[in-house]
Design a protein around this ligand. Structure first.
Ligand code: NZQ
Ligand code: ZN
Length: 381
């Protein structure tokens, strides 16, 4: 096991009715900026519950944060918050609203051009405090310190992270997810599953406790994912799905182990260029990447095949484990090949060019360069 630091200060308020707890959490604050997306919270009643919990506060609103939140939109919220001396933000929505709010809270006190936080790796030291009400289990953003922001004008999508942007608290009320469309639930299962794989399917590192945590989350997603798709208002299924997604990317399972993240980096480019949902990009890239990198991931693939997919005997091969993974994604109704989205291998050339220009070396062995990205995209076509 490698040396590590583990710190996670996010208070989780889990369960039905916990939106009411916001009142207590906000006692020290006066002016709250409520951030949300395209309006799902107004249709499913979550907005009304939040407004009622904010009684007595000065509340400003900033709606319209789009999926894959855009710099062009978020910068308007930064202006609004600065002009009104907002001292707390409350993000109500999915990963996009939460990520967008992380960018807003980091940008408010930032002197300079906030986009530089994303492209120049400038350290975020200060941020306005914020909390979240999660309505879409998927990204883990509610309990981590990362965010991914897009810029429409240049078709770019970049991540940043800083301990300054951990939420103060996150409300996880499974009933807020009952209104999710099926494809978003499926995206969420794929995203959380991929988060675990990124931190698990690398090479053995004598970390059996982390492996078992990871396998436990994968097995739970396999168990509850398809069921919660079919039974959207089954509380216990949603609760287990929701908590699995949070645990998949809150820092716990990556302690002391190598991590990959190349699928995410390539997936972000598919979103940036073609607008595909984040979860959809992962379902396309993951099987292709595992196949391309099988030589380097053989041992963990066998462990995964055996412990997660119960493969044994002559069925226990890295290839079969990859097949099971792709079958699982497809079983959730998520397509796993580029042409199924009308994208050809030739269309992906700008992605390869972008990685070549950046000179990135990705993956747990730092050996996924632009030429390997090209091979992965070819396999996905
Ligand atoms: O905008 P509204 O109207 O709220 O509708 C949203 C949106 O259209 C809808 N939705 C959310 N909750 C709902 C609901 N509809 C009905 N009922 C509800 N309860 O779902 C749509 C998608 O929402 P979005 O927030 O975009 O989805 P998701 O949570 O999958 O977030 C995706 C974003 O997170 C980033 C992705 O790159 C992408 O930009 N990620 C963030 C990570 C992080 N911060 O750690 C890690 C991830 O790997 C990922 O990269
Ligand atoms: Zn993800």
């Amino acid at each position: 096991m490698k040396n590590f630091e583990f710190f996670n200060p996010v208070k989780i308020l889990f369960g039905e009715g916990q939106i009411d707890m916001i009142t207590q959490e906000l006692l020290p604050y006066q002016t709250v900026l409520l951030t949300y997306g395209g309006g799902s919270i107004k249709r499913n009643g979550v907005y009304d519950k939040v407004i009622s919990a904010l009684k007595g506060k000065k509340v400003l609103e900033f709606g319209g944060i789009e999926p894959n939140p855009r710099y062009e939109t978020l910068i308007k919220a930064v202006k609004l918050a600065r002009e009104n001396n907002v001292d707390f933000l409350l993000a109500v929505g999915g990963g996009s609203v939460i990520d967008g709010t992380k960018f807003i809270v980091a940008s408010i006190p930032f002197e300079g051009e906030p986009w530089d936080i994303l492209t120049k790796g400038i350290k975020v030291e200060k941020a306005v405090p914020f909390g979240t009400v999660l309505t879409l289990p998927a990204t883990g953003s509610e309990m981590n310190a990362g965010a991914v922001i897009s810029r429409e004008a240049t078709k770019e999508k970049y991540a940043f992270g800083s301990p300054a942007v951990y939420p103060k608290f996150s409300v996880l009320d499974p009933t807020t997810t009952y209104s999710l469309p099926q494809n978003q639930v499926a995206n969420g299962v794929v995203d959380a599953f991929a988060h675990v794989l990124e931190q698990y399917l690398t090479y053995p590192s004598n970390s059996p406790i982390q492996d078992r945590f990871a396998e436990g989350i994968l097995q739970t997603l396999i168990e509850v994912g398809p069921k919660t798709l079919e039974n959207p208002t089954d509380y216990d299924l949603r609760a287990n799905f929701m908590w699995s997604c949070t645990m998949a990317l809150n820092g716990l399972i990556s302690t002391g182990v190598p991590t990959d993240w190349a699928t995410h980096m390539i997936g972000h480019e598919l979103t940036a260029f073609f607008g595909l949902d984040h979860g959809v990009t992962l379902a396309i890239i993951y099987p292709a990447l595992l196949t391309e990198m099988v030589e380097f991931k053989k041992e963990k693939l066998l462990q995964y095949g055996s412990r997660v997919w119960n493969l044994n005997g002559e069925n226990l091969t890295p290839e079969r484990a990859i097949e099971e993974t792709e079958k699982f994604f497809r079983g959730l109704g998520v397509k796993t090949r580029l042409p199924e989205h009308g994208i050809s291998f030739a269309d992906t050339k700008p992605i390869v060019d972008r990685f070549a220009a950046r000179g990135w070396k990705m993956g747990e062995n730092k050996n996924i360069t632009s030429d390997i990205v090209e091979k992965i995209l070819k396999r996905a076509a």
